[in-house]
Design a binder for this molecule. Structure first.
Ligand code: ATP
Ligand code: MG
Length: 393
């Protein structure tokens, strides 16, 4: 019988909360693989196991699990009786077609009810592998590790272990609202929070109908991709063009970006409060662009009354881009769009603001009225994975 075996690492550290963490992970695996030929997803002695049916699509299962938070690694294994002969019967067919430079057998006895000590089982199975293949043994840095997990009533045997993404299971970290532009950074920032077990909702500010709908389409596409990691998401779309027009009429060009951002934060906070999100998340990186000097970040932060989390704040562009590629948002992020922040702003925004300058500029605006106006126009869409997304209200 083929089984899926999933290991979690960090969870092991969570003490008395551990059963809750594991239950969250089991629940999200069930949902993620609901449309697959898979059954009996359950926690068995420190790992999660499931039965893989004949029609299970392993390539698809592997790609989905590789993005699910809370998994250290996983494998497709054969389940056998806990005897050396049965283990070998399961292992032998796995060797076909492989030509590693070196190998080792690694055995873990999970509850020591399997009486033969691990090194002895490793040696017995290793000898059979050598007899069958003539492969060289390397105990320190083998190219291929054949693994056996000996449990109470059965053993699992496998030759390939897939890396998981780490982090903590979905829903164990609280709710955040992510400010999502169409760029490379903010989807990666959202991903970092999802990976820590947070449930992310998204808010995107657009200037339609002054600009095209392209930025909204990108935001939708990005949320759809990130929903692969958290199974369901909400995207709030905020019409921001009319607010920006008021800023343009009253605020000198160099300060406009900071004022836009301060308005975005106030609007996002109102949405966060309505939907019980505990923090805002942005893709800010210190010094990456002119609008992200520490002075400007501070000026924007000053209007926030809930935490503003910036998981990328100290990262280099290369690091962020590499993550964007692995999570699949990069291709969408680089599509050219018409971002609302470029509307009516100079190419060189002020890099050095003072609180006084910003407050004087904002005094020319009816801030509560602008926030209320934007909130009037907010629409929300729901995204699901593995099921298709649907628009809602
Ligand atoms: P990104 O790659 O995420 O667009 P960026 O380097 O272009 O980031 P900015 O454009 O200065 O940086 O934006 C900083 C952060 O402000 C973004 O990461 C995002 O969280 C938020 N933000 C900017 N524009 C928008 C928008 N139109 N809607 C929602 N959030 C936005
Ligand atoms: Mg941007």
């Amino acid at each position: 019988m083929s089984v899926l075996v999933i290991h979690f690492l960090e969870l092991a550290l969570k003490g008395r909360n551990r059963p809750w963490f594991v239950a969250s992970l089991v629940r999200s695996i069930r949902l993620l693989l609901a449309d697959q030929d898979i059954s009996h997803v359950r926690h068995v002695q420190g790992r999660i196991e499931a039965r893989l049916g004949a029609n299970a699509d392993w390539a698809e299962i592997r790609s989905r699990l590789s993005m699910l938070p809370g998994i250290a690694n996983f494998a497709r294994a054969e389940q056998t009786e806990p005897t050396i002969d049965a283990m070998w019967d399961a292992m032998a067919p796995m060797l076909a077609g492989l030509q590693p430079k070196s190998f080792r057998v690694k055995v873990r006895r999970i509850n020591k009810l399997f009486l033969t000590p691990s090194p002895q089982v490793e040696r017995a199975l290793g000898e059979r592998v050598i007899n069958a293949t003539n492969w060289a043994v390397d105990l320190t840095k083998p190219e291929l590790t054949l693994r056996v997990e000996a449990l109470k009533e059965h053993a699992l045997v496998y030759a390939h272990r897939e890396p998981g993404t780490g982090g903590l299971p979905l829903g164990t970290g609280g709710k955040v609202l992510c400010l999502l532009s169409g760029g490379i950074d903010s989807p990666v920032a959202a991903w970092r929070m999802i990976r820590r077990g947070c449930r992310a909702s998204f808010i995107h500010f657009h200037a339609y109908p002054i600009l095209s709908r392209s930025s909204q389409d990108k935001a939708r596409q990005l949320v759809q991709t990130l929903t692969r990691a958290q199974l369901s998401s909400r995207l709030f779309l905020v019409p921001f063009g009319a607010v920006q027009q008021q800023v343009v009429l009253n605020v000198p060009p160099p300060l406009r970006v900071v004022i836009y951002r301060r308005l975005m934060v106030r609007i996002a906070e109102a949405v966060a409060e309505r939907h019980n999100a505990l923090a805002l998340v942005t893709g800010d990186v210190v010094g990456q662009v002119a609008s992200q000097t520490l002075e400007n970040i501070a000026a924007v932060n000053r209007v926030a009354t809930i935490p503003m989390l910036r998981p990328l704040v100290g990262d280099d562009k290369e690091e962020i881009t590499a993550i964007a590629r692995t999570i699949g948002t990069y291709e969408t992020s680089i599509i050219p769009d018409e971002d609302c922040c470029t509307l009516f702003t100079p190419r060189l925004p002020s890099t050095r603001t003072t609180p006084q300058l910003v407050e004087d500029a904002e005094a020319q605006l009816d801030v509560p009225a602008l926030v209320a106006m934007a909130l009037e126009g907010v629409t929300v869409e729901t995204f699901k994975f593995p099921h298709a997304n649907k628009a809602g209200s």
